[in-house]
Design a protein around this ligand. Structure first.
Ligand SMILES: C[S@@+](CC[C@H](N)C(=O)[O-])C[C@H]1O[C@@H](n2cnc3c(N)ncnc32)[C@H](O)[C@@H]1O
Length: 269
């Protein structure tokens, strides 16, 4: 693992301890039977019943286990040892069999060294791509683990969102570059769900929509669709308003920017 990813892992290891205690993640609701998945990925991916599903960057496993509740045999991967340990504990607490849901500790870019097999579905979502230094390697790893005919699906925060520093009722300030291949060093003791972190340093990378799609095509995948939506799964900007459907949008009348990106692709049979 390179030093940038190792620094990010320290940050995420601390978050994996903090996040299960937050209102944002609502672990009690999940244990009581609620799904942590958004309607978008459930509708766009379709039924996972009876399928094998590899979940990249699974955090402490709530989405992975939600797919298991829908009938998939799941493998969650994350580089944070605390996240993986917590995911296994949560699996046992909600009574899902270890044969139906397993969790593997690995950097996504090094996963072929840690895991064997091929999967019907490779899934990843919301807050994943900008943690990765090498988008071409990421796409190769996805291709490596897909069965011929298998499906890749991602629902992600749109890369444009990373360029916006603030918004108000009238405008969004585009302060950060959309195009950049270099690692951005960020110092922040808080996440979207909590604060008070000691490991404040992280490194993030801009990967444009074009780079993401092209990396998947170059890896050999056939793109089925690329969708963009003017809604986000969390309150990124204070002017966003939450709808009854759990999505956050700019108030009606504000200019809309793409805030969520979804892609579905197939590995040729
Ligand atoms: C924003 S979270 C994903 C959130 C997920 N949608 C959820 O809400 O549970 C990002 C995850 O990526 C993981 N991660 C970041 N870089 C990684 C890498 N290089 N390899 C594996 N996991 C990584 C972090 O540990 C974290 O669990």
């Amino acid at each position: 693992m390179d030093e940038f990813h190792a620094t990010n892992r320290d940050h995420w290891d601390e978050l994996a301890d903090l996040h299960p205690t937050t209102e944002f993640y609502d672990v009690d609701g999940f244990v009581a039977g609620e799904s942590s998945l958004m309607d978008l990925e459930r509708e766009e991916l379709g039924s996972v019943d009876g399928k094998s599903l590899l979940h990249l960057q699974c955090h402490f496993g709530m989405d992975t286990l939600s797919w298991a509740r829908e009938g998939a045999t799941v493998t969650g991967v994350d580089f944070s040892p605390t996240a993986i340990e917590t995911a296994r504990e949560l699996r046992d607490e909600v009574g899902i069999d270890a044969e139906q849901a397993r969790f593997v500790e690995s950097d996504v870019l090094e996963l072929p060294d840690a895991l064997d097999g091929e999967f019907d579905i490779v899934f990843t979502s919301y807050g994943v791509i900008y943690w990765l230094s090498d988008i071409d390697r990421w796409a190769e790893v996805i291709d490596h683990f897909l069965e011929p005919g298998g499906t890749f699906y991602i629902a992600e925060i749109h890369p444009v969102v990373g360029s916006v520093s603030e918004t108000n009722e009238e405008w969004a300030r585009f302060e950060y570059p959309y195009f950049s291949g270099e690692a951005h060093r960020i110092e922040s003791g808080e996440s979207y769900a909590g604060d008070g972190l000691e490991n404040k340093t992280t490194f993030e990378w801009e990967h444009t929509t074009g780079e993401i799609v092209t990396a998947l095509v170059d890896a050999g995948l056939e793109i089925e669709f690329v969708h963009e939506f003017p809604k986000l799964c969390y309150e990124r900007f204070p002017t966003l308003v939450e709808g009854d459907d759990g999505w956050w949008r700019f108030p009606i009348g504000d200019p809309e920017i793409p805030m969520t990106l979804s892609i579905r692709a197939t590995k040729r049979a």
